[in-house]
Design a binder for this molecule. Structure first.
Ligand SMILES: [Zn+2]
Length: 141
């Protein structure tokens, strides 16, 4: 009995596995191009087609794979995997101290049911510190 209770308590607090997400960088511009800051679109790889809408750029935006999870305050965290990016993409988006979101960005709606602890689907415009690690770049939104 004792062990069962301990195991249950443990599984209640353990974080679920992160979502594996394809991210395109950029910010849609009026001319159909994507700018060189922010996030253009996101799509979790387990649910192809259920992303945040098509990229409006005729050229494809720079891209990365990210592991997405919910932080302690209920905010979303993206770990952008270093090995998933071209060196020029790393330089363009992660050489600075902050990752910039130039305008509010809405995450795909079904992420709310995949991550019940998530408090908001909005990434507010702003600058977010980049935490460098061995596997990549962590940004807590
Ligand atoms: Zn794009």
């Amino acid at each position: 009995m004792y062990h069962t209770a301990v195991n249950q308590a443990h599984s209640d607090t353990a974080s679920p596995a992160p979502l594996v997400v394809a991210v395109e960088f950029g910010q849609p511009l009026a001319n159909g191009d994507c700018g060189h800051v922010g996030i253009c679109r996101t799509e979790d790889i387990a649910y192809p087609g259920a992303g945040s809408g098509p990229c409006p750029s005729p050229k494809r935006c720079r891209h990365a794979t990210a592991l997405v999870s919910v932080g302690l305050r209920g905010h979303v965290e993206f770990l952008f995997l270093h090995d998933s990016m071209l060196p020029c993409t790393v330089r363009a988006f992660f050489d600075a101290e902050d990752f910039e979101i130039p305008g509010d960005y809405t995450l795909p709606e079904h992420w709310q049911s995949l991550m019940p602890r998530l408090t908001s689907l909005q990434l507010a415009a702003g600058r977010y510190p980049i935490e460098k690690s061995e596997s990549g770049f962590l940004v807590r939104f």
